[in-house]
Design a protein around this ligand. Structure first.
Ligand SMILES: Cc1cc2nc3c(=O)[nH]c(=O)nc-3n(C[C@H](O)[C@H](O)[C@H](O)COP(=O)(O)O)c2cc1C
Length: 354
């Protein structure tokens, strides 16, 4: 199956302008999700279930492989994502109101590195639109896997009001999210990564946590798991500070990492934006994962993401200390059945875990 994708489908897609190919792929996934017979047939063929569901942050995941944020920005095709074997989908990044993102072209391939550069800039249809999509096409309570909602700041919102955006999206989407990811690490929204600094971060995360607790109290159920997604370009000192705030505020986990602004030797591009896929991000995110795992003595659950392009690369992230993984660029290069391959491999590795 992978052979057909890599030798027939991918060359055809890669002849197109990258975002046009992305749009084609998205349309195909929306079609798959909208034909119930086809989706359930595909699901039966592809779904990988660990012997026992993976329990993390109080949620149950069928397997350890998720689709990273940015592919399904509006929560339009999680059913197709499940049908292709993933164990969770992270949708978004979403902002309270829709916004167009940066002008095109804003997505670039580096095939010799198995990498991409993007400066999409949080193009999305807004939180209400995501709410509609999720509640119609993949409603909470009728899901075969959890859906995380990744929330961010709109381009026009000044940094000092950023918290309002996160709270607004939280409120709109709380009924349909299984967990929330606070995204402060994308390089394509000016100033966003400044929110990673300790003073901003504590205030932001504290307010979201309070919102979460009062939402749960009002409805009489458990609060949502809250995760933070970080950049790979932080120093270890900055990571220590962030982990300190997460621990202090009892956050449920961390996603490491987003794309990098680094331009390591051997990556032939002059485009600005976040670099994903390839060896540099794979190794850098492994280092960050392992650093967090060791410094927290394994107490803070980690979702590992960055540069997974093989079964071995997924295994490295688990070995470094991640409890689950996510993939984006590797899926673009390796094709729609790559998630199933990864989930199967991690499942059989798990049989040897103590
Ligand atoms: C085109 C594109 C768009 C992305 N958009 C988002 C986004 O909206 N929010 C986010 O948190 N991460 C976003 N990411 C980052 C991915 O979720 C992931 O963290 C990163 O690409 C590293 O994983 P990979 O090497 O498997 O791609 C995006 C990545 C790409 C390639």
């Amino acid at each position: 199956m992978g052979f057909i994708y890599e030798n027939i489908v991918r060359p055809a897609l890669f002849r197109m302008e990258p975002e046009q190919a992305h749009d084609r792929g998205r349309n195909a996934l929306m079609t798959l999700g909208s034909i119930p017979m086809l989706a359930s047939l595909m699901r039966r063929f592809n779904q990988v279930k660990e012997d026992k569901p993976v329990k993390l942050f109080g949620l149950e995941f069928p397997n350890r492989v998720g689709l990273a944020a940015g592919m399904d920005k509006d929560g339009e095709f999680p059913k197709a994502i499940e049908a292709l074997g993933f164990g969770h989908a992270e949708v978004g990044t979403v902002t309270p109101e829709g916004q167009p993102g940066n002008p095109r072209p804003r997505l670039f391939r580096l095939p010799e590195n198995g990498a991409l550069v993007n400066r999409m800039g949080f193009n999305n249809k807004g939180a209400e639109s995501m709410l509609n999509s999720l509640s119609k096409s993949y409603p909470k309570g009728k899901r075969g896997m959890p859906v995380g909602v990744n929330i961010g700041k709109a381009k026009m919102t000044p940094l000092e009001n950023a918290v309002d955006d996160y709270v607004a999206s939280f409120r709109i989407l709380a009924d349909q999210a299984d967990y929330f990811t606070i995204n402060i690490s994308s390089p394509n929204t000016q100033g966003l990564r400044d929110l990673q600094s300790e003073t901003y971060l504590r205030e932001l995360l504290k307010t979201i946590r309070e919102e979460n607790l009062s939402y749960a109290k009002k409805l009489g159920h458990e609060p949502h798991p809250l995760l933070l997604k970080i950049a790979p370009d932080l120093s270890y000192k900055e990571i220590d500070q962030i982990v300190g705030v997460l621990t202090e505020l009892s956050y449920d986990g961390i996603i490491a990492t987003n794309t990098t602004v680094a331009r390591p030797a051997g990556y032939n591009t002059t485009e600005t934006g976040g670099l994903s896929g390839g060896d540099y991000i794979r190794k850098r995110s492994n280092d960050v994962i392992n650093y967090i795992y060791r410094s927290t003595e394994g107490k803070l659950p980690i979702i590992g993401v960055g540069g997974i392009d093989s079964v071995e690369a997924a295994g490295e992230k688990i070995d470094a200390g991640a409890s689950m993984v996510q993939v984006y660029t590797g899926w673009v290069y390796r094709g729609p059945f790559f998630a199933r391959e990864l989930a199967n491999a991690l499942k059989s590795q798990g049989e040897n875990w103590i």
